[in-house]
Every structure is written in C-alpha cells, then in structure tokens.
Design a protein around this ligand. Structure first.
Ligand SMILES: Nc1nc2c(c(=O)[nH]1)N[C@H]1C(S)=C(S)[C@@H](COP(=O)(O)OP(=O)(O)OC[C@H]3O[C@@H](n4cnc5c(=O)[nH]c(N)nc54)[C@H](O)[C@@H]3O)O[C@H]1N2
Ligand SMILES: Nc1nc2c(c(=O)[nH]1)N[C@H]1C(S)=C(S)[C@@H](COP(=O)(O)OP(=O)(O)OC[C@H]3O[C@@H](n4cnc5c(=O)[nH]c(N)nc54)[C@H](O)[C@@H]3O)O[C@H]1N2
Ligand code: SF4
Ligand SMILES: [Mo]
Length: 713
C-alpha cells in the first residue's frame, strides 16, 4: 500500500520538512515539503537521499558481539544479559563513576533518547557524559551562562530585517548554519543585499557562501579574538556605544572598555591581517546600520579562544544597542521551557577540568580512561557517535579504547569506533522514531520564525533494530538498575513497553513523552499535534521583550565583564606576541556538501570521482614554497603526528592557511562497505587532546588554527 507521510529531516539544524512516499515500508520518493511551516519546500541532497542511509545493506539489524577479532550476530536476550552482567560487575568493583557515555551529533536531534541517556547514567550513579558539544559549540554555552545567566540564552541575527550582518567562521551554503533554524539560508541571506543591506564574511577562506553574495574579508586563522577586541575598541572610539541602554540593562561596561583600550585597529592588524582601515570602515558601517549583528560559528568556536571571542561578539551586539532590537540580534523564545539543570559546578578528576552544560569535554575522554584511580572509566556506551573520527588525538583515543573493560556502540552501522566495541547494538534511523525539532529550536528558541513540529515514526525499523531509549532501559534492567534511579518510573515504563502495540495502545513511551511535554507547554497533546503533520507556526518573536525582562542572571542584567573571562583575557598579550609573524601554516576545518562529519561516505553517489578522498587544500604560493604538486601526496605533521593526503591547489585559501576536511580515513571500516573503498586520512590524528590542550572555560577542543608543517612525500 502506498502512503504519503510528512516528517522532517534531522541531519542538520535546518530541520527541513519532507514528504515521503512509502510503499510496504520502503521509501519510494522523498520530496521537500512545500507546505512545511518553516522550510516551505527546501531540502538539500542529504535529506532527499535518506533511503540510502535507511536501506543500506550495511545497516545493522541484529546485536553484534565481538569474538576474537570478528563480530557475530547474537540475540537481544543474550546481548542484554551479557552486557547487564558485565555492567553490574564493573559497577560493583569500580563504582558508578567508572561508567560513561558518549552521545554523538545525530542523536542530539532526538530529545527522548537523550533524556533517557541522562536517566541511564543517573540510574548508574554516574555523571560521565561526554558531549560532542565540546567539539562544536560549548564555548557559546559557557559564554551565555556567564553573560545571560543560562547556557540556553542564545541569540541569533534577525535575518529578515537586518541591515548589516557580519558573519564570522561560518559557511551557510554548505553547512546550513548552526544556532539558527534557517532552511535555504542563502536565499534568505541574499535578500539582505537585495533590500540594500550588507553582508560581510570574515573567514580564512573565500567560501562558497562568500562567492554567492556579500563582501569577503580574509582573516588569519584563530585570530578572531583579536579581531573582536579591535572591533570593540573601534566601536567605543567611534562613539558607537548606546550608553543609556548599557546603564539600564547591563553591568561591567567599565571593565570591558578597559580591556579593549590597548587593542587598536592598527595593533590587531598585525595578527588578524585585516587592514586597520578596513576594520575602521566596517565598524562605521556597523554603527550606521539600522539593525546589525555579528554572528559566528564553528570557525571561531573551534579556535583556542572560542569563549572569549564569542563573549566579545555578544558584548559588541549588546552595547551597540543591537541586542533585543528589530533587525539586530534577538533572543528567541523557546517553544517549550525547560529548567536549566546545568547550574551545579562540577569538575572532572582530570586536572579539575570543569564540566560544561552537565557534560565532560571529549578532549579528556582518553585521560578519563587511561588515568588510574577512583572513577577511572572502565565501561563506555557510545550512542550515535564516532569519537575515533570526530575527537582530537584519534590515535591516543584508540589506545584508550583498547583498555576499556566494556565498550558498547549503539549505531546504524559498524563504524570505526564500533570496531573497538565488545557489543554493537542496532539503533533506529530518525525516520523510525517520533520526534520534535532539535533542542536548540524547541528549548532554546533559535528560530527566526517560531514553530513546532511533532512527527511520528514514518517507517518501521528493519530486523531487530530498536529504539535507543528502550535499549538503555533494557540494559539497566538487565544489570539491576533503573532509569533515573527510580524504581517506580522504571516499572511504569516497563509496563508501557509491554502495552505499546496492543489494541488501543498505539503510542509508545517516546510518543507519550512528546505529547506530555507539548501539552505542558500548551502546544496541545498528541491528538492536536497530529492534526498538524507539517508543523504549526507559533507566535512571532518580539524584539524588546528580553532586556530587563527575561535575562537569567541574578541581577537580571547582562554581564559584560565576567571575572573569569577578564582573567583569561590577560593571556592574550603573550599569545599576541607569539602570533606576530607566526611562521607556520595554520590548519583549519572544511565542511563539504556530500560529507556529514564521518557518516555519509557510505553512499556511492556521495563519494564519486574526486570526492572519494579528502585533500590538503593549499594556496598555490604556499604549495610552490613547499614543493607540493596538485594530485600528489603531501605529508602534514603537527604535535609529533603525521598523515598523508593528496594536494589540491586552491587560491580561495588565504596564504598561510591550509585545510583538510574531517571524517575521512575509513580504510579500516569493515562495517562500511562503500566508505571502506575511499581514500584519505583522519585529520584528527593531528589535533591535541588532554586537559592542557582544551579551552579552559568551555572544554572545547582546538580543531581550527593548528600549526602544521607540510612536505612533499
Ligand atoms: N554539508 C555539511 N553540513 C553540515 C555538517 C557537515 O559535516 N557537512 N556538519 C553539521 C554540524 S555538526 C555543524 S556543528 C554545523 C557547523 O556549521 P558551520 O559552523 O557553519 O560550519 P562550516 O561550514 O564548517 O563553517 C566554518 C567556517 O569557519 C571557517 N574558519 C575556519 N577557521 C577559522 C578561523 O580561525 N576564523 C574564522 N573567522 N573562520 C574560520 C572555515 O573556513 C569555514 O568556512 O554544520 C552542520 N552542517
Ligand atoms: N577536525 C574536525 N573534527 C571535527 C569537526 C571539525 O569541524 N573538524 N566537527 C566536529 C563536529 S561539529 C561534530 S558535531 C562531531 C561529530 O561527531 P560524532 O557525532 O561523534 O560523529 P559522526 O561522524 O557524526 O557519527 C555519527 C554516528 O551516528 C550514527 N547514527 C546516525 N544516526 C543515528 C541514529 O539515529 N541512531 C544511532 N544510534 N546512530 C546514528 C552514524 O551511523 C555514525 O556512526 O565531529 C567533530 N569533529
Ligand atoms: S539542509 Fe539539513 S535538515 Fe535540510 S534536508 Fe539538508 S541535511 Fe536535512
Ligand atoms: Mo557539530
């Protein structure tokens, strides 16, 4: 029977609405949903190719157990019983804190499995949740926590009305943006220019986006914090501060201004390589614009000073009067308010490294496993993640994984990390689960057009693949623990599990969970949600409703000069001196249209021809200086490690900057039959981990601006 089903894509934050034609549980067609409340007929190639992921012959449909160096299929009963008893033994011998989990990016888009994962750890008496947020954005969380009083208070530019957008370290045409739900971003960004406004891209690479519209200003990698200081200095110098607004709604202005004082446009030019005259003119245009904002993304987040750079950005938007203003930088309202449960300060046993939004930096995952003592991690549950490819210092992480007593991967496929696992459990593709939009939209309000969308599962899972939340709960049950440590909750959920599927009990636990939280937020229960299969629009954002009203700090004022940030900024003088005439090449990341982190190379169409490897992208002048030749191999070294990848000459990169896309190097991935045929190497072998390598406030790993050497092989 052919059916039409509406749902939305959960690969990236755009959350595009999709219309699926399904026949006998097989996808016959995927189209962009023209009537989707937010995406209105936009979807990209990845969302329109979902069947290739769902129906891949490599898809796991039964639990796998490692025996010798092979994986064999086993029953769920056996898998749960064995994992359960191992977990119990580890718990008895080493305590709850010896059990950890790593949740990857894809499952971050599904609220219920994540909630269940928190309950899983809590039930075991562990708080060791390693989060990929420390690879892409925890600097924003840490900064917002101190500036606005909650990690979840995140701003976004009012794209529909903005007069001047300064976009730093972001490439919307490829990545579709982060911290804003903006499907078809380029169309919306081009409209800024069409109505007489301006976009400026600040990036070491003239990106696909910068070629499409706007003005491009090259910046030396990892110098953004100095750019922000110079911008702030000029803003004050050029009288761009709205002092009355600052006095009414903000605190700490004097300390902030004192910090910016020495950083003239001429001074910062020495390390950013943005001419002082350009910076001054940029600031003038920013001041004169009727609504302006600086927006930034992973280009600064993954640098050495992501928290400081983002903090300064927020201060600039705030003191110039653009925060909470039409056409400026808005603080959206979430669809569902969740209490901020991350306030309790916690520290890892590794060098007292602070936790961030209730998680531990992935940059100390290997240390947590390798360092003996109380709380040494012995068991790790990896859910929808590939830390071996995604995290810094992959070689050391691989060594650490070999030391674990128990490693369980819950995934669609056997990826590189799963190769090290004792058990691999088959999870669901998102089309097989009910969901609401990503946490950033639903709970943090990062939506220019506010909306909500509930989707049921639109496909039945293949074979014995199971809902991740159920898997976690069943593991707990098998090891004698209960979700959130609550026996009654576990009992109710067990009962729900037994009843679901029986006549009159169609909805499972996930469906009921979403129905309950939506009803609590007055969005309607499941019945009402299902009446809007293409999503529902919510009341529009109202500029002017944040300052003095919703700021979550104790004083209800925006904190412009958190003491920790001012203290860390004292290091900048030394770094500045080191960066002047810095002789080495700086390595940055590069996202690609057909790659999504490490997991889309198992689709033949995505790895065709030249796309079957990653490359070292390098400016022709730098290549000539190092005798590198297009198409031949280069050896790239950093931190005592090296990898080899073919050279691609590319004058879109600023001289002194090189790039190698991440997520490659699948040669050992026996469980990914197509990806295994690709070439290239894992760039994260070159990145450093450990407590001294991560950004001290947010725990971010440095994945941009790594000093490297290159040579011809
Ligand atoms: N096609 C595709 N889309 C994706 C993903 C993917 O892998 N592939 N990943 C998704 C995920 S998980 C995320 S978090 C988002 C991220 O979304 P974005 O943050 O928008 O990511 P990028 O497109 O990589 O943009 C980062 C930009 O920063 C620039 N950059 C690098 N170093 C520096 C620097 O030191 N300073 C400055 N100013 N710029 C720098 C790079 O040249 C790059 O253009 O994308 C999502 N979308
Ligand atoms: N050098 C460098 N490294 C980077 C980055 C960079 O820019 N440069 N970017 C970083 C960023 S932004 C991120 S977010 C991380 C990503 O880091 P990870 O999330 O750890 O890695 P992914 O490659 O996204 O792997 C996701 C895994 O989830 C599986 N999967 C997909 N959907 C589901 C599902 O619904 N259920 C289950 N159970 N499994 C599923 C896939 O099969 C895949 O194996 O990588 C980071 N690493
Ligand atoms: S833009 Fe993102 S959400 Fe939209 S279809 Fe593509 S991958 Fe999916
Ligand atoms: Mo990410």
């Amino acid at each position: 029977m052919t059916d039409t089903k509406y749902t939305f894509c959960r690969i990236c934050e755009a959350g595009c609405g999709l219309k699926l034609t399904i026949d006998n549980n097989r996808i016959k067609a995927i189209e962009p949903d023209k009537n989707h409340v937010n995406s209105k007929g936009y979807a990209c190639i990845k969302g329109l190719s979902l069947e290739k992921f769902v129906e891949s012959p490599d898809r796991l449909t039964q639990p796998q157990k490692k025996v010798g160096d092979k994986f064999i299929s086993i029953s769920w009963d056996q898998a749960l019983a064995e994992i359960g008893s191992k977990l119990r033994a580890i718990h008895q011998q080493h305590g709850g804190q010896s059990i950890a989990s790593y949740t990857g990016n894809p499952i971050g888009f599904s609220l219920w499995p994540n909630t269940a994962n928190q309950g899983f750890l809590k039930g075991l008496g562990s708080d060791k949740l390693f989060t990929v947020g420390t690879l892409d954005c925890s600097n924003k969380f840490a900064a917002a926590d101190r500036i606005y009083g909650s990690f979840a208070n995140q701003t976004f530019p009012d794209i529909a009305h903005i007069d001047m957008l300064i976009s730093i370290g972001s490439n919307p045409l490829i990545s579709k943006m982060s911290f804003i739900a903006l499907p078809h971003p380029m169309e919306q960004l081009q409209k800024i220019e069409q109505r007489g406004g301006e976009i400026v891209w600040i990036n070491p690479r003239k990106t696909e986006s910068a070629k499409r519209c706007g003005k491009y200003l090259p910046i030396r990698p990892d110098s953004d914090v100095f750019f922000m200081l110079g911008f702030l200095h000029q803003l004050i110098e050029q009288d761009g501060v709205k002092h009355q607004r600052v006095a009414q709604y903000m605190e700490g202005y004097q300390e902030l201004a004192a910090l910016a004082k020495p950083w003239t446009a001429e001074k910062v030019e020495q390390v950013t390589h943005i001419p002082a005259a350009e910076l001054k003119s940029l600031v003038t245009r920013y001041i004169n614009a009727d609504g302006a904002a600086i927006y930034s993304s992973t280009g600064i987040n993954q640098g050495r000073f992501g928290t400081l750079a983002f903090w300064l950005q927020e201060c600039i938007n705030a003191i110039s009067g653009n925060l909470d203003k039409r056409g400026g930088s808005l603080m959206g309202k979430p669809a569902i308010e969740f209490p901020d449960t991350t306030k309790e300060a916690k520290y890892s046993r590794i060098n007292n490294t602070p936790y961030i939004t209730a998680g531990i930096p992935t940059g100390i995952l290997a240390d947590e496993i390798l360092t003996p003592g109380d709380g040494q991690v012995k068991a790790l549950f990896v859910m929808a993640g590939n830390p071996l490819m995604a995290c810094a210092n992959s070689d050391r992480l691989a060594e650490a994984f070999e030391q674990l007593t128990l490693l369980v991967s819950i995934d669609l496929y056997r990826n590189e990390t799963a190769n090290y696992a004792d058990y691999i459990l088959p999870g669901l593709h998102f089309l097989e689960r009910a969901d609401v939009p990503f946490f950033f939209m639903t709970a943090m309000g990062l939506m220019p057009d506010r909306y909500f969308h509930y989707t049921d599962a639109v496909l039945a899972p293949p074979g014995e693949a199971r809902d991740e939340a159920l898997i976690l709960r069943q593991i707990l049950r098998a090891s004698g623990f209960s979700l959130f440590g609550s026996k009654p909750l576990q009992w109710v959920l067990n009962l729900g599990e037994k009843l679901s599927g029986l006549p009159g009990c169609k909805d499972g636990v996930a469906e009921r969970f979403y129905g309950m939280i939506a009803r609590g937020a007055k969005l309607g229960g499941l019945k009402k949600l299902r009446q809007n299969p293409q999503g529902q629009a919510l009341e529009a954002n109202q500029p002017g409703d944040y300052l003095g009203q919703r700021v979550a700090t104790e004083s209800k004022k925006v904190q412009l000069a958190p003491a920790e940030f001012i203290a860390l900024a004292q290091q900048l003088d030394t770094i500045f001196e080191q960066e002047i005439n810095h002789p080495r090449l700086k390595l940055i990341s590069k996202r690609e249209r057909y790659s999504h982190n490490s997991w889309t190379h198992n689709v033949s169409a995505f790895i065709k021809g030249q796309r079957n490897t990653n490359y070292l992208y390098i400016h022709p002048d730098d290549a000539a200086q190092h005798q590198l030749i297009e198409g031949e191999l280069a050896e790239v070294s950093a931190n005592g490690k090296s990898i080899r990848v073919p050279v691609k000459l590319d004058s879109d990169f600023m001289p002194g900057t090189v790039s190698i896309p991440h997520g490659w190097g699948h040669q050992q991935a026996d469980g990914l039959s197509i990806a295994k045929t690709t070439h290239g190497a894992n760039v994260n072998i070159l990145a450093s981990d450990g407590p001294d390598a991560i950004e001290p406030i947010s725990g971010m790993s440095q994945l941009n601006g790594i000093a490297v050497d290159v040579r011809r092989v």
